[in-house]
Design a protein around this ligand. Structure first.
Ligand code: GLV
Ligand code: MN
Ligand code: MN
Length: 416
């Protein structure tokens, strides 16, 4: 039975827009963005809404110790390893309406289409909403999938704090107690396969006139936090030669890092996205600066060599201050097993869609599922490739096309 015709573009869009209201805001340019931090009251409201839709479909709900949320459609063989799909529901602080949440809503849409097609697959299908993919409130991202896969112990991040000083452990405890009515499941599992749908977050599909990206792998990422420590002095009286100015040394360090990260091929990604200054006044020399580094590359050798050079380059650039460099995230480049991308490619073609193979520049929870089971992702185009911004946009028809491929691919995998 084909399931793609049962995918309902309007239903999927309506659900996405209802989700976008939770944490939604309109920016100065009139773009509708979303700020839905993980483990927040908004996150919990969004999860309850998702659960209400899943319950109407008769899916069973469960939550693991990292608050990863699972919605399960039983298969005709309940003992068979499930096919897993999904993404995340948290957003960047100034985020869009599609990053992450579409993969969850598309998973639900695919399951609903499979149900409406009238044929129950052999394997269960589970839709997962991973906890804290973005790392916007608690760094790093992908905590839920890293713990689920055993890549990191579940208590790794207990002491990590958000900007208000709330620890991850406390936020998780509060969240789990607010969901005490939901059935629990242990961390981990051994799915038959995992397939995650996501907007591309880059410009290639749109530029090349393609409907579907068949993702072949994900580049590696490393995150560092750098603390430059100097001394506060009076801005009017202290000669420059006597200062330990943390802003000036942080600028020297960032400038030296730009040289280290120079890449004429423009493949390497290097971002300093957050800089905090203390005491943060005009007429005091800064005593402390904290900045972040997000460094990515598809080639593990480059990721290791340049990443490992970061602390030395920073130390060598300082003139008066000291600095500490802490690595907070280290995800190796990953290649997907060919099986799931081949299934996506088959169904994109069978549905008459224009598809291309491509790597992912963004990291995703899928990266951490790779060692556990055959994994894949499918991308749909987003306008001008913009993401992590309120102007992020994907056409309802493009999202419906992605959900059709997802539905067929999941049904196919669930009958293997
Ligand atoms: C995920 O949000 C990323 O930054 O790649
Ligand atoms: Mn995402
Ligand atoms: Mn994101």
């Amino acid at each position: 039975m084909p399931v793609a015709p049962a995918v309902n573009e309007t239903r999927q869009w309506t659900r996405l827009m209802a989700m976008a209201e939770i944490g939604g805001f309109t920016d100065a340019a009139g773009h509708k963005g979303v700020n839905r931090p993980c483990l927040s009251a908004e996150d919990r409201r969004a999860r309850r809404l998702l659960i209400s839709w899943a319950s109407e479909l008769g899916l069973s709900v469960s939550v693991d110790p990292l608050a990863n949320l699972f919605l399960r459609l039983e298969g005709t063989d309940p003992s068979a390893a499930p096919v897993l799909t999904g993404s995340h529901m948290d957003t960047q602080p100034n985020g869009g309406r599609f990053d992450g949440i579409w993969g969850v809503i598309a998973g639900l849409e695919a399951v609903q289409a499979i149900l409406e097609s009238g044929e129950r697959p052999k394997r269960p299908i589970e839709v997962v909403a991973w906890t804290n993919e973005e790392g916007g409130r608690f760094a790093p991202g992908c905590m839920g999938s890293m713990a689920w896969s055993g890549f990191k112990p579940a208590d790794t991040w207990d002491a990590v704090t958000d900007k208000d000083g709330i620890t991850w452990a406390d936020a998780l405890r509060e969240h789990l107690s607010a969901e005490a009515d939901l059935p629990r499941r242990p961390l981990g599992g051994k799915p038959f396969a995992y397939l995650e749908a996501h907007i591309e977050q880059g410009p290639r599909l749109e530029a090349e006139g393609k409907d579907i990206g068949i993702v072949t792998g994900i580049q590696g990422s490393r995150w560092f936090t750098v603390e430059v420590s100097g001394r506060t002095d009076h801005a009017g009286t202290t000669p420059l030669s006597l200062r330990k100015d943390a802003v000036q040394d942080a600028l020297r360090a960032i400038s030296a890092l730009n040289t280290l990260m120079h890449d004429p091929t423009d493949v390497l990604r290097f971002t300093v996205g957050s800089i905090k200054v203390w005491p943060d006044t005009s007429n005091s020399v800064a005593e402390r600066v904290r900045f972040t580094i997000d460094f990515r590359h598809p080639d593990n050798a480059v990721l290791q060599a340049r990443g490992d050079a970061i602390p030395g380059v920073i130390q060598a650039a300082l003139t008066a201050c000291t600095a500490s460099v802490t690595e907070r995230f280290h995800a190796l480049p990953s290649e997907f097993d060919p099986m799931v991308p081949a299934v996506v490619e088959h169904w994109a073609s069978a549905l008459g869609l224009r598809a291309m193979r491509m790597p992912s520049g963004a990291f995703h929870d899928a990266q951490f599922v790779v060692p556990v089971c055959p994994t894949g992702m499918l991308f749909v185009p987003c306008r001008a490739g913009v993401s992590h911004h309120p102007s992020e946009y994907a056409e309802p028809a493009a999202l419906a096309a992605g959900a059709r491929v997802l539905a067929e691919a999941l049904a196919d995998l669930a009958n293997r």
